[in-house]
Design a protein around this ligand. Structure first.
Ligand code: SF4
Length: 89
């Protein structure tokens, strides 16, 4: 897959790739990856990209896989509620 344009400014380009892909449940390494994202100037673009492309692994835009999954589930739930309200259901 081609890298997105924002990646040219990514903070994680300067760290070992493995840091951004911690083992599930390794909270210490997740914290390290998130710290890298906190100092990244393209964090918003990165998170949007990861959500749009449903990136399944790694920390993207400061979120773990689980956190991205929760965001997507929340968006889907809110959209369903909104559509029901619009239909008067
Ligand atoms: S937000 Fe994190 S994962 Fe995304 S480009 Fe920046 S450092 Fe890399």
């Amino acid at each position: 897959m081609e890298r997105p344009a924002f990646f040219d400014q990514a903070e994680c380009r300067s760290v070992d790739t493995n840091i951004m892909y911690p083992e599930a449940g390794d909270l210490a390494m997740e914290a390290v990856a998130k710290a890298v994202c906190r100092s990244c100037v393209v964090v918003d673009q990165c998170l949007s990209y990861a959500l749009k492309h449903k990136e399944l692994q790694g920390v993207w835009g400061g979120d773990t896989e689980l956190e991205r999954h929760r965001r997507l589930t929340s968006i889907k739930t809110n959209r369903t509620r909104y559509n029901r309200r619009r239909r008067g259901a």
